[in-house]
Ligand binder design. Structure first.
Ligand SMILES: Nc1nc2c(ncn2[C@@H]2O[C@H](COP(=O)(O)OP(=O)(O)OP(=O)(O)O)[C@@H](O)[C@H]2O)c(=O)[nH]1
Ligand SMILES: [Mg+2]
Length: 243
């Protein structure tokens, strides 16, 4: 079994998939060295669903070529469903949730450092806290703030970000993952919020966000789904109702 599983949801990523995975694998040894744990082993899980381009074919080629890379495909596009399944399939003691356009070795090193020292159960990479830098356009940075504000009002969430990079001890978070009922965009938020409410030790660390390409999905198209997800999330968490 590997020590660390890196789970990456991928959707229509033929343009950067090979380069990003190759670069990620190239950086992992450096991460292990920096942690003074050169024996640390990794696996990469490409969690695909619904791509209309050559992503599936490319991911399968990468998995065939590279012993530490695995992939699966699940049908309809659904970020949360892919991420959840990736976490379930991961075999590492630690799981890192990544995005193919980020693959940030600096986050891997700092997050694993916290977990190896057992000073927390989950590390969330925040693009909105003090010390973070976010190179995305103003509109998308504002969207992050708005979603976070809504989570604060609706669910008393005290952090600054729930999306994107995360790292945790798999065994500790698995019961929380199993409780989650929201898919698509807000699965990641539900996971972080439920972990906090279960009194797990969740910490945020600032990240420097530099995307390797612009986002694939139009932000405005995501709004109705995010609002629906937020209403559902508030209902299930506040009132313990069935979705
Ligand atoms: N499997 C799967 N992966 C997805 C889907 N949508 C996005 N992804 C992947 O999720 C990661 C982040 O997607 P982006 O398009 O960069 O979205 P983003 O706007 O940066 O996401 P935020 O972190 O919310 O700002 C990338 O690795 C995408 O390939 C989906 O429907 N299914
Ligand atoms: Mg992105």
């Amino acid at each position: 079994m590997p020590d660390v599983s890196i789970v990456i949801p991928v959707y229509n990523e033929e343009g950067i998939l090979r380069e990003a995975v190759t670069e990620l694998l190239g950086n992992l040894q450096g991460v292990a060295q920096a942690l003074r744990a050169p024996e640390l082993t990794f696996e990469v899980i490409l969690a695909e669903n619904g791509s209309k381009d050559r992503t599936v074919e490319l991911a399968e080629h990468l998995a065939a070529e590279m012993p530490h890379v695995r992939t699966f495909s699940l049908g309809e596009p659904n970020y949360g469903k892919a991420l959840r399944r990736g976490i379930m399939e991961a075999t590492g003691t630690y799981v890192i949730c990544e995005e193919i356009d980020l693959c940030d070795p600096d986050f891997h090193r700092r997050a694993l450092e916290h977990l190896l020292h057992r000073d927390c159960d989950m590390v969330v990479g925040s693009k909105a806290m003090r010390g973070a830098s976010d190179e995305r356009p103003l509109f998308r940075r504002a969207a992050t703030k708005v979603i976070n504000g809504m989570l604060r009002v609706a669910l008393d969430f005290r952090g600054t970000d729930t999306h994107g990079l995360k790292c945790f001890r798999r065994e500790t978070l698995l019961p929380i993952v199993e409780e989650c009922v929201i898919d698509r965009d807000l699965f990641a938020s539900e996971l972080v919020i439920r972990a906090g409410r279960a009194d797990l030790r969740v910490i945020e660390i600032p990240i420097k966000l530099h995307e390797k390409r612009p986002p694939a999905i139009n932000l405005m198209k995501r709004v109705p789904n995010v609002l629906r997800g937020l209403a559902k999330l508030t209902y299930v968490i506040r009132f313990g109702g069935k979705p």
